[in-house]
Design a protein around this ligand. Structure first.
Ligand code: C2E
Ligand code: MG
Ligand code: MG
Length: 733
């Protein structure tokens, strides 16, 4: 066969034909020697004693054996490593190997060295030094050391390697590497040695240099002695934990980041912001916490679907990130809420500039799929340390400021002030005051006369709630109903009004007056599925005439869950009550919806009556719609004779307004009814042709909680000032 080796070893004729003395010596040597080809995984040459060892009859027969066929993966990588070792350095090393000639295990100490084959590729010369006749235990442990993926190195006291198993050799970046040189972070090496110094052993995870770049290894070190020299040594075993580390990092990343926007989430926020606040505190600087909340996001989500909402959030978060510096912190709190923490190296003006930039960038149209959207945001901010020294306080205050920005019309920023806090405290106070008001009977239902336009007689009343506040005097509904709705107190308050109105209807009916009473319902009450039953119970318990009770709802209550409102209105109508739509013309109800429900009355909002003189076309339009829907027409807020004349000319059915009377207490109203009856009997035919109703006006004027301006011309608006100038003392609704 051809010589497997380059010049330095015997040439073919010599080997095959027994040429040179060197070859003969090699062939007759008692030490088995063979040459292994890494690529073909075959023995390409062997001397006689190696042939005996391999139980082969000739070199050709041995070369015909494919050693790669049943080679284990660990042997394969080890051989690949040897090849690399030989390419890199002129090394020779010995190891205990077990060969399986014809399947029979034979354990040997083999000396390996690299030699170029004739064609220049790297081959391996193997010399079997001795057959090992140790105990199976020793043989097996030696084998294990060779095959394990754990990297085992014995270092001398100076950190030079005395022994490396194949796995350790394979991982080396540099074959001359010392223990210290292995570490990416010198501190990790020093720490480990300190541990060994203290307890004789140490364990830690550290980054080390390897042939495959920097990797994370778990390194265990034990103090020992070199069995050969008896000198102190370190036995080091390493396992690669890079994949573990990466998985750990991935888990941590997922736990601390929002999957949709990739921003840090609420869980990550506390540690990060607290760290920043502490750093700012040390150098005596300021920081700002910004709460960013998208306006109308829920509407977009509900109407255009969640995937559109998600798309919008992704774009918005990207824009937020771009609106701040790379070292500023942006997190998603959840939903459409974001938090930004800015470190301020100067005054607070940077926070304002950032807020304005955010408002500007968010205002740009967003394309989500085929949909073009615009979204605005409301921003609240608070400053460290002025508005709070801890994260919770700063977040609470930024949140408050954000709500103020929303209440002021959205698409703006607001910075926290102590007044906002006072406002909230005021709300808390209001809540407890409202509860007390219910217990102490501070509420009173007033009644505003509803007058037939044609006959000019009182035919009904609207129940309007008043609150006799112990220190503020009379409070109108605008000052507490919205708040009662928000806190849910309206359920109780509304039930009281209904019962009171029903009792009053019964009382006036008992006196012989046929008065229809209308009651305002809040959206919350209307949505309560127990409402029809509650009304039925009240009717039953009070003995009132349900046909003389009217429920007022607003257009907005009809938008949304159509089935629920249909069922509720049908149930109320079935009880005999009539239904009116209040403030008609200010909402967005579609005529189809109105037509589908058992609605009999439309109350034209007072704003259309107030602008009759300047914009009569609007009022005409509303009246036209009432006619179209063929419903009873009621005008609200009639204050002048001209308005009344206009309504009369258009056959409006009913009106309410200061022209005749504001809402007054029940006993005054009762007196009006009695006087009206007397006057009607006594003045059947008045000389001026006008209704006796107008003779009642002085009675109304006597009403204590209103004060009429005097001297006004009769045909001009009679203005009224509510005594005590009660205005809403809660700014936010
Ligand atoms: P609303 O149902 O539209 O009631 C008419 C409001 O207009 C009343 O205000 C009434 O006093 C006022 N008003 C009457 N005539 C005139 C007029 O000629 N000119 C002007 N400018 N205003 C006039 P009020 O009593 O302050 O009630 C405000 C709103 O509070 C009511 O509007 C109603 O929506 C709500 N509300 C009143 N009582 C209750 C209640 O018991 N429950 C619920 N849920 N809401 C109520
Ligand atoms: Mg009303
Ligand atoms: Mg109204």
């Amino acid at each position: 066969m051809d010589s497997p080796l380059a010049d330095e070893l015997p040439t073919t004729p010599a080997l095959a034909g027994g040429g040179s003395a060197r070859e003969e010596i090699l062939d007759t040597m008692r030490t088995p020697v063979w040459i292994y080809d890494f690529e073909t995984m075959r023995v390409v040459w062997a001397n006689r004693s190696a042939l005996r060892l391999w139980r082969a009859t000739s070199v050709e027969a041995l070369a015909a054996r494919d050693l790669g066929a049943d080679m284990s993966a660990s042997v394969r990588t080890r051989l690949a490593q040897y090849r690399i070792d030989f390419e890199r350095d002129d090394v020779t090393f010995s190891e205990i190997w077990t060969l399986y000639p014809e399947g029979l295990p034979t354990t040997l100490r083999v000396l390996f060295s690299g030699r170029r084959l004739a064609d220049g590729r790297m081959g391996m010369v193997c010399e079997a030094l001795a057959e090992i006749s140790d105990t199976p235990e020793t043989i097996r442990s030696a084998e294990a050391l060779l095959h394990t993926s754990v990297m085992i190195t014995l270092y001398d006291a100076h950190g030079h390697a005395l022994y490396r198993n194949p796995a350790a050799r394979q991982s080396l970046a540099d074959s001359q590497e010392t223990f210290a040189g292995r570490f990416v972070e010198p501190a990790a090496h020093a720490g480990l040695l300190r541990e060994v110094g203290r307890s004789g052993a140490g364990l830690r995870q550290a980054q080390v240099f390897t042939g495959a770049g920097a990797r994370w290894h778990e390194i265990s070190v034990r103090r020992c002695h070199d069995a050969v020299s008896g000198q102190p040594a370190l036995l080091v075993s390493e396992t690669d934990v890079t994949a573990h580390k990466a998985a750990e990092a991935q888990v941590r990343y997922l736990a601390e980041h929002d999957t949709l926007t990739a921003l840090p989430n609420r869980a990550a926020l506390r540690a990060e912001v607290e760290r920043r606040l502490a750093a700012v505190d040390v150098v005596g600087q300021q920081a700002a916490v910004l709460f960013v909340d998208l306006d109308r996001f829920k509407t977009i989500n509900d109407s255009l679907g969640h995937s559109t909402g998600d798309g919008l959030l992704v774009v918005a978060s990207r824009r937020l990130r771009e609106a701040v510096r790379a070292d500023d912190f942006v997190a998603r709190l959840g939903g459409d809420e974001f938090l930004i923490c800015l470190t301020l190296d100067g005054d607070e003006s940077r926070a304002v500039r950032v807020a304005e930039r955010i408002l500007a960038v968010l205002d740009q149209p967003v394309q989500v799929g085929a949909i073009d959207l615009t979204v605005t945001a409301s921003i609240g901010m608070s400053f460290f340390p002025r508005d709070g020294r801890d994260l919770d306080t700063l977040m609470r205050h930024a949140d408050l400021a954000m709500y103020t920005a929303k209440a002021n019309g959205c698409a703006r920023w607001a910075a926290f002030t102590q007044a906002m806090k006072a406002d909230v405290e005021g709300q808390l106070q209001l809540e407890s005051q409202l509860r007390r008001a219910l217990e102490n009977g501070e509420f009173e239902v007033f009644y505003q006369p509803r007058i037939a336009v044609a006959g000019e007689t009182i035919i009904g009343a609207e129940a309007l709630l008043r609150w006799h506040h112990p220190s503020r005097g009379l409070v109108l509904p605008g000052g507490f109903i919205p708040f009662a709705e928000k806190t849910g107190l309206i359920d109780k308050i509304g039930a009281c009004v209904l019962r009171e109105a029903a009792l009053q209807q019964r009382a006036w009916a008992d006196e012989g007056y046929d008065v229809s009473i209308s009651i305002n319902l809040s959206a919350r009450q209307f949505r309560d599925p127990r409402l029809p039953q509650m009304v039925a119970d009240v009717v039953q318990e009070t003995g009132c005439d349900p046909r003389r009770l009217q429920i007022e709802i607003t257009e907005s209550m009809l938008i949304g869950d159509d089935n629920a409102s249909t069922a509720c209105l049908a149930a109320l109508a079935a009880l005999g009550l009539s239904i009116a739509v209040d403030d008609f013309g200010t909402g967005y109800s579609n005529l189809g919806t109105l037509h589908r429900h058992p609605i009999d009355t439309l109350k034209i909002d007072h704003s259309f009556i107030a602008t009759l003189e300047t914009r009569p076309a609007l009022a005409e339009l509303i009246i036209g719609m009432c006619r179209l829907l063929d419903m009873r027409m009621v005008a609200e807020g009639v204050e002048t004779e001209e308005q009344l004349a206009w309504l009369k000319a258009r056959n409006c059915d009913e009106y309410q307004g200061y022209l005749f009377s504001p809402a007054i207490p029940a006993d005054h109203f009762g007196e009006l009814l009695r006087r009206q009856a007397e006057l009607a009997a006594g003045f059947a035919d008045r000389p001026d042709g006008r209704s006796p109703l107008w003779d009642l006006v002085p009675l109304v004027r006597r009403e204590s909680d209103v004060e009429w301006t005097t001297g006004a011309e009769p045909s001009k608006i009679r203005r009224l000032v509510i005594a005590g100038a009660v205005e809403a003392f809660v700014r936010r609704d």
